[in-house]
Design a protein around this ligand. Sequence first.
Ligand SMILES: NC(=O)c1ccc[n+]([C@@H]2O[C@H](COP(=O)([O-])OP(=O)(O)OC[C@H]3O[C@@H](n4cnc5c(N)ncnc54)[C@H](OP(=O)(O)O)[C@@H]3O)[C@@H](O)[C@H]2O)c1
Length: 260
Amino acid sequence: MGGALLEGWFRHGLSPVDVMVVEPAGRAMVLPAVDHPALVVLENERQIPTDFKPDVVVFAVKPQVLEQVIPHYRKFDSAGSLFLSIVAGKPISAYTSVLGEKAAVVRAMPNTPAAVSRGVSVLFAAPTVAPSQKRVCTVLLGSVGEVAWIDDEEFMDAVTAVSGSGPAYVFLLAECLAEAGKRAGLPPDLAESLGRLTVSGAGVLMDSSEESASELRRNVTSPGGTTQAALEVLMGNDALESLLSEAVTAAVRKSRELAG
Ligand SMILES: NC(=O)c1ccc[n+]([C@@H]2O[C@H](COP(=O)([O-])OP(=O)(O)OC[C@H]3O[C@@H](n4cnc5c(N)ncnc54)[C@H](OP(=O)(O)O)[C@@H]3O)[C@@H](O)[C@H]2O)c1
């Protein structure tokens, strides 16, 4: 996810000269799309030059390692750095308890379509974050998609479950559609490309339309036709809606567990 953001930032004019990446697995793990000769890649935090004063420190590690990572960046609080985290589950207090209560911390939840500048990011700021620092976050996350700020951190778990994890649900829909096509007798290659192209095409159509998702659905549903027959299965007893609601509830629960 960190690589996807960096890719978007470079595309929008951030210079590799102005970025330092810490990646334990080294340069080999840096996405080819962002690997520029001028980009400094360090294998651990101790290699960060002592006089380095970053405007923004971005945390893009797994929640499970965050606790070990944050203390290495404490010195940047006195340098006036803004801390921007995309780590799922971890509340602002997980950062301020180590970096100091006055640390300027913004929690963001982007999603992977950021890699193609079609992400959506929801952001929450600690009260210590200045309006100018919020604008920096809006520019950074806005360069890879849409941005929405929330003023209640409680929403972050549900945001994570809906848009952070959401692209995986949509990819699963493409897989299931392909599987169903195979069971209906289609050759596997054809079923897979129909699943993929139908989901991506419907996404582009929705993106280019002013109509709501339900209006678009009704537009392709002739009364008594084939689509209606299928939708009666998916929508009868709110079947798909209940299943998705159960899935989102499980993701919300996991996000709360990750808070530690
Ligand atoms: N993937 C998504 O769709 C998505 C969406 C929204 C938010 N997020 C959040 O983004 C974060 C990263 O997720 P991901 O899916 O991108 O995971 P990932 O692919 O495992 O990326 C995490 C990266 O952090 C590196 N790392 C480990 N320890 C480090 C350290 N001490 N200093 C610097 N880097 C270190 C890892 O290197 P090694 O591989 O060498 O350990 C790895 O390259 C997570 O907190 C997740 O909740 C992800």
